[in-house]
Write a protein that binds this ligand. Structure first.
Ligand SMILES: NC(=O)c1ccc[n+]([C@@H]2O[C@H](COP(=O)([O-])OP(=O)(O)OC[C@H]3O[C@@H](n4cnc5c(N)ncnc54)[C@H](OP(=O)(O)O)[C@@H]3O)[C@@H](O)[C@H]2O)c1
Length: 260
């Protein structure tokens, strides 16, 4: 039994990996021995992530574009296959948390965009990875969802609904792609990234005090969970949603019992 997961010789595609959870995940997979192809919209961010991975001794490639663009999804699959000749691991991490506001004010185009980025793109990319490599050789997919789907909150209805759909898509794909491919979700609580800055920056100490594990998450907390799920250590796990939230739901459950 090995103490840390080994991914030597495998290849991964991580979307939204120029910063935050995606970059930490790309680093973790690369340090475990995988070649990693990273994506994001901003070409400079992609180039910087590739440089960082390469400097750490990781075989890295990049592909810039939006996951809402089908041509980009095809291009980044081809980039990964062209660079590594295989595609064992797919991490659907890129997401949008717009629109932010009450659902009664949700604009139809922005709502559709949330579903295009957060739900449709993970499906399309899984189809591409399946056809290019995984159907014949096997693989592991992780969809990054959110702890927020275990409850409801103000102003995050479109984001939460799309991520809840992604949790269900994860289970559905786990059933359809077994036994060749394992498909799991990771659902982070509040993590110190750009996407969530508007939440943690104004009230980090207060939020940390309210959490059982007494701090907000770091991108590496989530990256380690993804690494474990795609590794052989999790070879009998598919269709699960691994919550990485510092105990957020434990405290929420206790509060709801007190409130009756
Ligand atoms: N941070 C949290 O507290 C938290 C909690 C629960 C779940 N999550 C989930 O964790 C995942 C990562 O979020 P994060 O917090 O690490 O965010 P982040 O730091 O803002 O990073 C987002 C990454 O995705 C890229 N991206 C955004 N839209 C994209 C698109 N349409 N196509 C391709 N790439 C895109 C960004 O680069 P560009 O801007 O250059 O495209 C960036 O690399 C998301 O799925 C999010 O929903 C985060």
């Amino acid at each position: 039994m090995t103490s840390s997961p080994a991914l030597d010789g495998r290849a991964a595609l991580v979307t939204g990996a120029s910063r935050g959870i995606g970059l930490a995940t790309a680093c973790a997979l690369g340090e475990a021995g995988a070649g990693v192809c990273v994506t994001a919209r901003d070409p400079a961010g992609v180039a910087a992530a590739v440089d960082r991975l390469t400097a750490a001794g990781v075989r890295a490639a990049g592909c810039a574009g939006s996951v809402a663009d089908p041509a980009h999804l095809a291009a980044c699959t081809e980039r990964a296959m062209g660079e590594f000749g295989r595609l064992d691991i797919l991490v659907n991490n890129a997401a949008t948390n717009a629109p932010f506001g009450p659902l009664m004010d949700a604009d139809a185009d922005v709502w559709r965009d949330a579903f295009a980025v957060n739900v449709e793109a993970p499906l399309r990319l899984t189809q591409l990875a399946w056809r290019a490599w995984m159907r014949e050789h096997g693989g592991a997919v992780v969809n990054v969802c959110t702890e927020g789907t275990h409850g409801v909150g103000p102003n995050v209805g479109a984001y939460g609904t799309s991520k809840a759909a992604l949790v269900h898509l994860t289970r559905q794909l786990a059933g359809e792609l077994a036994p060749a491919v394992r498909v799991n979700a990771v659902s982070p609580g509040l993590v110190r990234t750009e996407m969530a800055r508007f939440v943690w920056e104004p009230g980090e100490e207060r939020i940390a005090r309210a959490l059982p594990l007494a701090r907000i998450g770091e991108p590496e907390d989530v990256a380690r969970a993804v690494l474990w799920l795609v590794s052989d250590a999790a070879e009998w796990i598919t269709g699960t949603d691994l919550v990485v939230d510092g105990g957020t739901r434990v405290r929420a459950a206790a509060a709801s019992r007190i409130l009756g």
